[in-house]
Design a protein around this ligand. Sequence first.
Ligand SMILES: *[C@@H]1O[C@H](CO)[C@@H](O)[C@H](O)[C@H]1NC(C)=O
Ligand SMILES: *[C@@H]1O[C@H](CO)[C@@H](O)[C@H](O)[C@H]1NC(C)=O
Length: 625
Amino acid sequence: MAAGVLLVVVAAAMAMAAAVEGRFVVEKSSVRVLAPEHIRGHHDAAIGNFGVPDYGGTLTGAVLYPPDKKEANGCAPFASKFTAKSRRPVVLLLDRGECYFALKAWNAQQAGAAAVLIADSVDEQLLTMDTPEASPGTEYIDKISIPSALVNRAFGESLKKMAEKAETEGEVVVKLDWRESMPHPDERVEYELWTNSNDECGPRCDEQVEFVRSFRGHAQILERGGYARFTPHYITWYCPDAFKLTRQCQSQCINHGRYCAPDPEQDFGEGYEGKDVVVENLRQLCVHRVANDTGRPWAWWDYAMDYKLRCSMKEKKYSKACAEDVVTSLGLPLDKVLECMGDPNADAENAVLSKEQEDQIGSGSRGDVTILPTLVINDVQYRGKLERTAVLKAVCAGFKEGTEPRVCLSHDMETNECLHRNGGCWRDEATNVTACRDTYRGRVCECPTVNGVQYQGDGYTNCKAVGPGRCSLNHGGCWSETRGEHTFSACSDTALTGCRCPPGFHGDGHKCEDLDECKDKLACTCPDCHCKNTWGSYECGCKGNQVYIRGEDICIASSMSRFGWLVGVLVVSCAVGLGVAGYVFYKYRLRSYMDSEIMAIMSQYMPLDSQNNEHQPLRQQESEA
Ligand SMILES: *[C@@H]1O[C@H](CO)[C@@H](O)[C@H](O)[C@H]1NC(C)=O
Ligand SMILES: *[C@@H]1O[C@H](CO)[C@@H](O)[C@H](O)[C@H]1NC(C)=O
C-alpha cells in the first residue's frame, strides 16, 4: 500500500479512483496444525507481500519459537541457526512489532527458516504485511525467498505455548497450504498487471522493468498457446474539480484534469511531467488493444520492453517520436494506435482511460488496486515478490490440475523435493536415471524418457527401459560384464524388451554365467579334439596338423589353405551330391524293375485293366474331401 499512498501524497491535489471505495482484500493461505493431536485444526494466515509464497503448493514443517525472548521479534540477526529435532523444515514463529515485517522474514531466512509466521500482537482482522518503502538498508527485501504469513493473536499464542513445550510433548508440526490461495477453475488463466510507464520511482519501478524483461518469454508462450489471457492496466489518478486550474493539475493531467499521473521527478518543473506519463500509459493501453485486434496481444510485452530500452524516462530518452518509432518497428499500425488514443487536450472523456478508472475499483473476489505494481491472477491479487519464477508459479497454480502447459513443468518450477530421498520415487543407482520430477505443485514419480530412451513402470518401485536404444543406458538394466577386452551384455537392441544372456552364457539375463562348452559337450566333440573353456567361448584344438573348423565342429588337415579348404568342401559337396543323385536313380530304377516284376506276377491272376477303372473315381473323392 505504501507506494500508492506516497504517490497520492506527492500529488497532493490528485485522488486515486479506487480511494473512493477503499476495499482492500487480504489474500490468505491456510495453516493446518498436524501435531500435537489436541490442537489439530485449520487456521487462516495472511500472505505477506514480499518473499515467495508457494502458490499451488504446501510446506510441512516444525514450528520453532525463539527461546530467548529478546530474539522473539526477529528484528536483529539471530545468533545461531534453527534446526528442528525431526529435521523437518523450520517454520519460525515471531512476534509482531518493533521493525518491518520484511526484516523479520529476512532474519528468519538467514537463520535457516523455510517459512516465517508472524503472530499478531492485538486482536484484529488479518492484514497484509507489505514491503517497506525502499530506503538505504532495505536492500534485503529483494533477497527474501521464503514465504511469510501473519496469523491472528490467539492462534499465535497457542502455537507459542505448544512450541515451548515441544521438549516434553513433541514437536508442533504445521502444514502451510497455498493450494486454495489461487482459484483454478478452468484451463485458461486470466491475469493483469497494474503498472505505470514511469520508470523513475526507484526500486519499485526497477522491479517492474526487470519483471517485464524476464517474464516476457513466459507470458508470450502462455498467450500464444491460448493458455492465458493477459491484460495490462495502468493506475490513473484524477483531479478534483476545485483544483482543476492549479499548476499541479495542469502539468500532471490530460483531458482537463480527468486523467493524471504524478510528476516523475516530483518537482513540477524539470524533466518530464505527469502528463507525459499519462499519455504514455494511454499509448501502451492502445498498443495492447490494437495488437489484440490484430490477433497478437502478446506484442504488448515487446513494446513494453523495447520502450524501456529505447525511450526510458529515467535516461531522458523519452519522446513522442521515440515511442512511435517503437510502435512502427513492431509492425503495429500507428494510425490505429493514434485513433485509439484520441485527443489528450480535449475537454472530454477518453473511453480507454475511463475504463481503467472503473476497473481499478475492486469487484467480485478482487479488491481495489492500491498497490503499484499489482498483479491480479484469476481475479485474486498476487502477493509476494514480482519476480519471474514466483509469478510463474502463481500463474501455473491458476490452471485446473492436469491442464498446465509445459512451461509450468519446467526446471524453473522445481520444488527440490527430489533432492530428499529422491522424493520416494524409483531411481537407478548405476545411471542416476530417476522417476522423480519436480513441478511447482510438488514432485511426481513418473518413469522418464532419457536421451530418447523410454522407461515404463509404476515410477515408484520399478521403471524399465523399453524400445529402440534401450541398451545404450546401462545395458537396459540387463546383465553386463567386461573382462579384459571383452564385454558381454544381456541387452539386445533387436529385442524391444527383456534381457537374454548372449551365446556362450546361461542365466536369466540379469545374472549370466559362462557356459562350459567343454564339460557340457556342446562343442569340440570331434574325436581326438582337445577342448579348453574360455569366458564366453571355448577353444578347440585338433591333433597333428589339423585345424578346427568352428562352424562345422570338425578338424581338417591344416596343409590346405583356406581356399583349399573351400575347394575341398566344394569337392566333398559335389561328391555327396553325385552320390545322392546316383542313389536316387538307383532306387528309381530298382522300383520300376520291381513294379514291372510284380505286375507281371499279378497279371497272371487277375485282369489289371478293369481294376484300374474301378479305383480311379474313388481316389478323386478322397482328395476332394
Ligand atoms: C482482446 O480480444 C478478445 C477477442 O479476441 C476480446 O474478447 C478481449 O476483450 C480483447 N481485450 C481487450 C483488452 O481489448
Ligand atoms: C549419481 O549421483 C550421485 C550424487 O548425485 C553421484 O555421486 C554419482 O557419481 C552419480 N553417478 C553417476 C553414474 O552419474
